[in-house]
Design a protein around this ligand. Structure first.
Ligand code: NAD
Ligand code: ZN
Length: 255
């Protein structure tokens, strides 16, 4: 039995999620895919160079990812976090490496249950981008990214500025979104929880080191990992809870 974490009126909670939290919803983790996605090398479909070389292939690949993601639903771990968000408000900050929309869907369902219809909470940061968003491939372009459910790309989509549009995703070699806010929230939290992340993709995997540093300065802050197996950065955590996210997360969060 997993004992709930001590989350009270003073807790400032930072949660980082990875592909493992969505695995039981039916989305393959990076590791399960063995470095290949649908028989493509990762750098062909998930790097700026890959897009420059073959944008048709990249759009076909993300169109298929969008189609697959439309068919899946949030699981008990996403729902537990959405329930906790409703209770803690902005004392919870959730950074996800996932590009799937399952945290957002769980939050929407939670709000529907409470008949609240405000905007998506600003506490959710999709640091590697969102599968259902598109943006301009020209970095200096001022057109805003937009929600986009298209899955078929017969013709490559173009921005009003004339450049090709690209998936919103942060690719290998690119800097994640909102790193400044993320670092600030890690420095201010009292409890740091990572769920289902192999600890191999940086800078996300390095965030827990800030908790070790703060502990060395005498600060009272605790770090916890939840996942199927020991992550590569296991030594940086105070506690590991090894098992399925859908079983451990609701019990650990006490919701
Ligand atoms: P990863 O695939 O490298 O690691 C997944 C981790 O989850 C592993 O440590 C594994 O043991 C654990 N895991 C698997 N099933 C689990 C379960 N049922 N419960 C708990 N833990 C489980 O994932 P990562 O660390 O997030 O890094 C992969 C990169 O690929 C990220 O940058 C991410 O953006 C991207 N990605 C995203 C998705 C998605 O959006 N769902 C899916 C695959 C990859
Ligand atoms: Zn543009």
């Amino acid at each position: 039995m997993t004992a709930p974490l001590p989350i009270d009126d003073h807790t400032q909670l930072f949660v980082l999620t990875g592909a493992g939290i969505s695995a039981e919803s039916g989305i393959a983790t990076f590791r399960d895919a063995g470095g290949l996605w649908e028989n493509h090398k990762v750098e062909e479909v998930a790097s700026p160079l890959g897009f420059a070389v073959n944008p048709e292939l990249v759009w076909r690949f993300y169109g298929a990812r969008r189609k697959a993601a439309l068919a899946v639903a949030p699981n008990a771990a996403h729902h537990a976090l959405a329930k906790l968000a409703a209770r803690l408000g902005d004392r919870l900050f959730l950074a996800t490496q996932n590009v799937d929309p399952l945290h957002q869907k769980a939050a929407q369902e939670e709000r529907a249950r409470h008949q609240a219809n405000d905007d998506l909470p600003s506490i959710l940061c999709a640091m590697h981008g969102e599968l259902f968003k598109t943006r301009c491939s020209r970095e200096a372009c001022t057109e805003a990214p937009f929600y986009d459910e298209r899955c078929d790309f017969e013709e490559l989509p173009r921005c009003p500025c004339g450049s090709l549009q690209r998936p919103h995703i942060v690719w290998f070699g690119e800097i994640p979104f909102e790193m400044h806010t993320i670092k600030r929230r890690v420095q201010a939290c009292s409890l740091f929880v990572t769920i289902g992340s192999s600890g191999a993709v940086y800078p996300a995997a390095g965030l827990v080191r800030e908790i070790r540093y703060r502990q060395s300065q005498g600060e009272a802050v605790r770090s916890v990992y939840v996942g199927l197996e020991r992550p590569e950065n296991a030594d940086s955590f105070d506690e590991l809870h090894l098992g399925r996210a859908t079983e451990i997360v609701p019990a650990l969060l006490g919701v």
